[in-house]
Write a protein that binds this ligand. Structure first.
Ligand SMILES: O=P(O)(O)O[C@H]1O[C@H](CO)[C@@H](O)[C@H]1O
Ligand SMILES: O=c1cc[nH]c(=O)[nH]1
Length: 236
């Protein structure tokens, strides 16, 4: 047990899928895993462990924003031995060609700041996906009949953004979508020699104002879960 995770040693799999929403963790575990059992509910942050095609998998919520994700990912890696960590999140489209419900696979993450800023200081570190996971996820996504976009995303500290000028520059420089966790996930994984990826589904669009309701964010988006599971075990 850790301060924030009540699971016993051995209750967490080496492969962990990480939605921001703990109820999406429950939905994904019930939908995609066999023999899923609750392994954490400290502070209502639900984590489940089961198997997918015989492989042990944990699906654990991170909460919203990089400080919250940092707590769970630090404990999952350092105390429970997680080695492959894939964020399954929602995001806001920032380009005209990125549509609602499209899949975005994050190759790299732009940010203003992350919790690691304190140690990276003046370094403009570029949080980057694990290449074998990225390649496997893109191949898995391309096998489906749904648009997939691969590239740079923006990991923001805020949902209610007040800097349209920055969004304009990011759109101009090809940033595909905005979310709030992946940059710190990639940074922590690099620091601890683990593998990380973010597979996202577009739930909102910054340019058109479209937005899916909360129940769709919690209980749909199955393709990003399947793509993530296929990518995690592509080499096994
Ligand atoms: O759907 P999740 O995974 O929570 O991800 C996105 O949704 C939340 C904001 O509504 C932020 O956590 C953002 O990154
Ligand atoms: O617009 C959005 C949608 C999802 N998540 C975000 O952080 N922003």
């Amino acid at each position: 047990m850790t301060v924030h995770i009540g699971a016993k040693q051995g209750d967490i799999a080496e492969t962990v899928l990480l939605p921001g929403d703990p109820y999406r963790a429950r939905w994904a575990a019930e939908t995609f895993l066999d023999d899923a059992r609750l392994v954490n509910e400290v502070r209502g942050m639900l984590g489940f462990t089961g198997t997918w095609k015989g492989h042990p998998v944990t699906i654990h919520g991170t909460g919203m924003g990089m400080p919250s994700l940092s707590i769970y990912v630090n404990e999952l890696i350092r105390d429970y031995g997680a080695r492959t960590l894939i964020r399954i999140g929602s995001c806001g489209g920032m380009q005209d060609h990125v549509g609602i419900r499209d899949i975005v696979v994050a190759m790299s993450c732009t940010s203003i700041s992350t919790p690691s800023r304190g140690i990276l200081r003046e370094l403009q570190y570029a949080p980057t996906a694990n290449w074998p996971l990225l390649r496997a996820a893109v191949l898995a996504a391309e096998r489906r009949d749904r648009p997939v976009h691969v590239g740079n995303i923006y990991s923001s500290d805020v949902f209610y953004d007040e800097r349209p000028d920055l969004n304009e520059q990011m759109e101009r420089h090809g940033v595909l979508a905005v979310e709030m966790e992946a940059a710190e996930l990639y940074t922590l994984a690099a620091r601890h020699k683990a593998r990380a990826l973010a597979v996202l589904t577009v739930s909102d669009h910054l340019k058109t104002g479209e937005a899916l309701p909360s129940d769709k964010r919690e209980r749909s988006f199955g393709e990003m879960v399947e793509i993530s599971l296929e990518a995690a075990f592509a080499d096994s």
